[in-house]
Design a protein around this ligand. Sequence first.
Ligand code: MSP
Length: 527
Amino acid sequence: MSKFYITTPIYYVNSDPHIGHAYTNIIADCMARFRRIKGDEVYFLTGTDEHGEKIKKVAESSGEDVSEFVAKYAQNFKDLWGKLNISYDFFIRTTQTFHKEVVSKIITIIADKGDIYKEKYKGYYCIPCESFWTESQINSVRDAKDTIQKNKISNGVKEHGYSCPDCKREVKILEEDNYFLRLSKYQDWLIEHLKNNPDFVKPKTRYNEVLSFLEKNKLEDLCISRPKKRLSWGVDFPLDNNYVVYVWFDALINYLSGVGFGDDKKKFDSFWPADIHYMAKDIIRHHAIYWSIMLKAAGLELPKVIFAHGWWKFEGEKISKSRGNIVNPLDLIKVIGVDSLRYFLLREVPVGLDGHFSWGAIVNRINSDLANDLGNLVYRTLNMTEKYLKGEAKPLSRKVAHEFLEPLDFLKSNYSEHMEKGDFSLALELVFKFINVINKYIEDTKPWKLYKEKKIDEIKNFLYCLLEGIRIIAIYIYPFMPQTCESIMRQLGIEKSTVSLSDAQWAGKKDFVIKKESPLFPRIDVD
Ligand code: MSP
């Protein structure tokens, strides 16, 4: 049995989860479920990133105790994952003691190797992102020659109107002693690693972006501490009591602490390195650069794949809390249901590209693919089985319909390849092609005529083919729509609870005694 370790980013707990967060976890869940039905032993990690000044400030402004505040939001994420059927194995919170101990341990290991040093820092600082920026990184410098030296530094912080490359908010100028990780030392090694491992960062556009960034820029060492006098909500810095750990350094280590580093060697050794870290493109550099170097400096193996998906946008803008254009997944589920939402997000765009969120696009997808094609196929097949055969399809021959041969073969030989690559929309496209082959087969065969002509044996064989085709489809859609798979199986009279890809073989079920329920996907009215 191969092991497969898959992660999502851990989300900030300063607001409720939105559709963008849901998207990453749905993708990761789809991959995790596919791997499980393929026979792998999967470990799926998600969680929450709970330190940093940004979170503390939001908690304080709401008048709540910080620990209670973060616990409440962590629970909101957990609740949403429950509703979306996210089959994670462990939920990590960075305020948990075992995680903090691992952060401490990693810093100590790296420091012992000489890759952490203390130095005076003077430069730009973005408070909301808690990130330091170099002059060259500041994107909206009004006057390129206006250097830090020209600004009068008062109390370490001065406003001057430059903005953060990440969040576009104003950066401050800051001067203080801090601890640094020697990123620069590992720059050439990382370039080599990327060149030797062309699948390390996916998709290719992001790989090229990371590589060319490393080739064109000199890496600055990373400031990994924050003085407690201005930032206290963090993991104690093990080398110096006056500091806490930079929130990103703390957060990235969740991928180790969440899989047993330091306290469950057997688990850690069997799952590390991670097979895939999923995230959106905004945090690719934190992972491909900081994280890779942190691991290398700590003497640990690098993850196999860092996969950056695109952004969901609304009216052209990235969906995010700071832009105030949030789409709440809970509201959507109430109207369209969980599996329709999962289907829409996984089918609408290839994983690496941006998606444009609109009510019209959702309604189209649901009505045409789910209600018309899949839902209708299942409903009318079960209806015919009830009407023509009193609910029991016991065929004389289990031969696959000639019309299914080629498309089914094509589906079988390509589905796993698409799924393994994370090309979920392509995999779904194949499944829905087969669904439509079956729909066409019904139209062409005209079973109502066979019934009129009392050709019952032919009807038995015909309906067996439809039911067997639907059973195989149910297995293939399981990673995308687990509830729908379960419902189809139940209606086909299959009680077995575990789904396995190896059961997607023709004539895997010899006959059917069906139990029809209401249609899987009611059409959505647009008004
Ligand atoms: N806490 C850090 C991650 C640390 S991981 C060691 C963080 N948190 S976050 O709450 O801002 O979540 C960012 C992630 O949420 C993105 O990488 C992506 O997975 C998801 N998304 C947030 N908005 C999104 C969209 N509009 N579209 C797609 N994904 C989005 O960064």
